[in-house]
Ligand binder design. Sequence first.
Ligand SMILES: [Zn+2]
Length: 319
Amino acid sequence: MAIPFVPRIDDAPYAVAEPMTPLIQRVIAQNPSKFSYHGTGTYIVGTQNVVVIDPGPTLNSHRDALAAALKGRKVVGIVVTHCHSDHSPLTAWLHEETQAPRFAIGPHQVYEGFVEEDDHDLSEDDPSEKKDEDEERETIDLAFAPDNPVRDGETIISTNEFTLTAVATPGHTSNHLAIAMDVDRALFTGDHVMGWSTTVVSPPDGDMRAYIDSMHKVIGRHDSILWPTHGGPVTDPDTFLAAYLAHRLEREQQIIHQIAQGNSTIPGIVKVLYASVDKKLHRPARRSVWSHLRKLVDDGVVVTVDGAAPRLLGEYALA
Ligand SMILES: [Zn+2]
């Protein structure tokens, strides 16, 4: 099923606070990439006493734009959806400037003893895939920690204009937080739902089962509008989210089908299922297929041929 992605915002201006609604302004950072689309959208919520959602990447032009937009106003809170480097790093600067409390589920989880398998040499026959892999990988801001950890369902902050509530949405990362606003029945979705693309779910911190559970949770909320970090607002969430989830489940079926056909490795599966996708995205695609397989092994639908834990470069068969 095709996902009804919202109108593109490629031409939205950088480093300017654009009014989106009477209560919401968006400042887009000039960090376009294959992961961040046109760039990171930082939201400023409120008119006088404001909350900043995801201050964004360390980028002077973005910092200066936020400083200009916030001049004469009081920042009463900073909320971070997760700790990828395009979302949280400027929190340190903004907290220093304003002393505003920092809200998030928690710091990024660290996986002691996790050994990353090297799939670089798979790219060697295709220089275009290898060229800018560093830029492609979502890096992690391990320095970030909230002074106010929040839990699912808790009120994050209330002003005389709006109330923000925590909606824990693990999957993209284990500490991912979406933020509900009572006014407009809006949900700031971070990277859980994006306005232009599906979300990367990359093990070990990314978890497909958690992601799908979080999708069901968001679908059940029936919000009126979604504000993703990357891409424009989703104005028909029910239809959009149904297609967004269906796409994942369809992918899962395609992976099962490939394994049934004897296509038993992740690189082999990606070559077939992502044949029409830019090769530069094949490395993240392999991680995405891996996250599906971890779930399918856990479900008892698929097994690893060597009987060990599901690996990026392992071999798979139907159970
Ligand atoms: Zn992210």
